[in-house]
Design a protein around this ligand. Sequence first.
Ligand SMILES: Nc1nc2c(c(=O)[nH]1)N[C@H]1C(S)=C(S)[C@@H](COP(=O)(O)O)O[C@H]1N2
Ligand SMILES: [Mo]
Length: 339
Amino acid sequence: MESPFASLESFVTPTELFYIRNHYPEPSLDAKTWKLQVTGAVKRPLELSLDQVRKLKAGTRPLTLECAGNGRSFVVPKVKGVPWGRGGVSTAEWTGVSLAEVLDQAEVLPGAVDVILVGSDAGDPKKDGQPPGPVPFVRSLPLAKARQDEVMLAYGMNGADLPRSHGYPLRAVVGGWYGMASVKWLKRIVVTKKPYLGFDQTFDYAIWTRETGLPDLTPITDVAIKSSIARPTENEEIPAGKPYRVRGAAWVGNSEVDRVEISTDGGKTWARAVLLGKAIPFCWRLWEYAWTPEKAGHYGLLARATDGRGQTQPLTHDPDRRNYMVNFLRPTSVIVRGA
Ligand SMILES: Nc1nc2c(c(=O)[nH]1)N[C@H]1C(S)=C(S)[C@@H](COP(=O)(O)O)O[C@H]1N2
Ligand SMILES: [Mo]
């Protein structure tokens, strides 16, 4: 389910409007009997009830999640997968413990490299390369990322218990990474001494990189810099000669949004949008731009974000990214009507 990106008004997405991406039927878990197991390369394997998780050092912070397929329907030529428009991105206030805290409780052994997050859901992905039998939804993080404070195990969302569709009773929220790493309905954490190569980070949710010049299959991790226009919407009609509030959001994984620029002439000239509020790590930044179109006609509006490292959005979709990480500049068509 997409979030209605066009109605984006607030920094925090109301829970009922937060996008939902499920691969398999939602498991219905009973918090009274549910347990989180922590096993593998740890000194003290754990089995924690929800109450025990809640007793660990808690925190609340906002984090933005974007599905790796967000914007996929804009890719030309068409690619396979859920045809997301703009609404595969949302922000919530998450309450829970840091994954680092749980790993510390279990005492990770020397030589550990990967932390596997196992969901309670499983099914038939109907994709090439899948292992036989029901495939569980699983994703691993390298130990270094798992220990960052933006990686949480959350039981609360926007001040209430996590709803079932968002992973009740406990989910991972991996700030800065695309949504596939934020495993919902978490049941087991396995620490390993060799990198995990599960279906959801090899056949699925992987791209081609070419650091050596050779195509090298690489699990998707950090969110690429992106700006998205909420208003005007595609083919919206607006009057000439009056100020119009162009608005949207911009976000990036492992950096911060430095600036957002708007072009109303197909990229010939650019003007700075105003970044609203303050920068919050691993969260989107809302922006707006006052535009007074003088002449009637058809316009293509572009919003381009640049991050703190100078990375900006590409002009076209890189086929090495397959059907993921869609952040190329794509104009929103606007019809300006004369007075
Ligand atoms: N167990 C489990 N976790 C999951 C998924 C899933 O299907 N099963 N989908 C992932 C994907 S691809 C995304 S984008 C996010 C979406 O989280 P949301 O549904 O709370 O927005 O959850 C991730 N975690
Ligand atoms: Mo996703």
